[in-house]
Design a protein around this ligand. Structure first.
Ligand code: G4P
Length: 283
């Protein structure tokens, strides 16, 4: 599975982010709760030096709740503030507000000591494509926000969303690219739909997903498709094909269609709340 990104885009996005970083106090980094490591770009650690940091486990509604907790602990143990959120429903937004203050406590204290009247924390949302940055900004900012532009000292044209007297958010997110050093990263991102399906062999990927589910979430496929999970991944896929009537002319099984169903169900949460990277494996 060889996935190509365009280096030109990457360089431009990174440069843009470096510029924007000069304007902010806090990076709100979104990761996908189903793949919290593969959906991160470690460059953010060097790019974001000297900035307060907050990680959001987004799409927590689609991930295994036990793993959400395990990942929260994983990041907390590494000294990072973290909140699990569902940007689509808005769950977790209150905690994000509270955690922003917590993450920026040092800066707020510093300002106070220097006699600077508390100015709002300036924050920027960052993450890889499709992780939910726009959805989060919309959900977090809600309707109450007012846009403020062209402040003195701020690059012309930058739009800030004033969330309340304490927080301003840059309205354009920072885009990071995943790191495909390990083949597993590409596979996992493909499973959650972060890579265009037409770039990949979805049938092969479906077998990888089935094998994973059989091992880590036994019973999930059985429950969804009423198939037996006892056999090899291919046998399970063939059973799903039959149950779902994925048959071509001449009684040949339609693997492509079956893979499509398996991924639609998985990505929309119909197969259950599933996490593809377990925290205890990464420690
Ligand atoms: P981006 O700006 O980082 O590229 O991501 P964007 O907000 O466009 O979100 C990508 C997809 O992820 C969208 O789905 C969005 O609805 C979904 N999404 C974002 N946050 C969450 C979340 O917390 N939970 C769930 N379940 N989904 C989330 P889409 O299929 O592209 O669009 P739509 O079907 O929602 O319109």
């Amino acid at each position: 599975m060889n996935v190509q990104w365009y280096p030109g885009h990457m360089t431009k996005a990174k440069r843009q982010m470096q510029e924007d970083l000069k304007l902010i106090d806090l990076i709100i980094e979104l990761v996908d709760a189903r793949v919290p490591i593969s959906s991160r770009n470690p460059d953010i650690d060097s790019l974001g030096q000297n900035k307060a940091r907050l990680i959001l486990l987004n799409k927590a509604d689609l991930a295994d709740e036990r793993q959400n907790e395990a990942w929260k602990e994983y990041f907390q143990n590494r000294g990072v503030h973290v909140v699990k959120v569902d940007s689509r429903s808005g769950a977790g937004m209150k905690q994000v507000h509270a955690m922003i203050q917590e993450a920026c406590r040092d800066k707020i204290e510093r300002d106070k000591k220097r006699g600077i009247k508390s100015r709002p924390v300036r924050a920027m949302v960052a993450g890889i494509p499709n992780v939910g940055k726009s959805t989060f900004i919309n959900s977090f900012a809600g309707k109450a926000c007012t846009k403020t532009g062209n402040k003195p000292g701020v690059t012309r044209g930058k739009q800030w969303i004033r969330l309340n007297k304490n927080v301003e958010l840059l309205d354009t997110p920072g885009i990071l690219w995943p790191k495909f050093e390990d083949q597993k990263v590409g596979e996992r991102l493909a499973c959650i739909g972060s890579i265009k399906d037409d770039l990949l062999n979805m049938e092969e990927l479906a077998l990888i997903l089935i094998a994973y589910l059989k091992e880590r979430y036994p019973g999930a496929l059985e429950k969804r498709y009423e198939v037996s999970e006892g056999g090899e991944a291919l046998a399970v896929m063939e059973e799903i094909a039959k149950v779902r009537g994925c048959v071509k002319k001449g009684d040949e099984l339609d693997y492509a269609k079956t893979a499509g169903i398996i991924f639609d169900d998985f990505r929309s949460g119909k197969t259950g709340r599933i996490t593809l990277e377990w925290a205890e494996q990464e420690v």
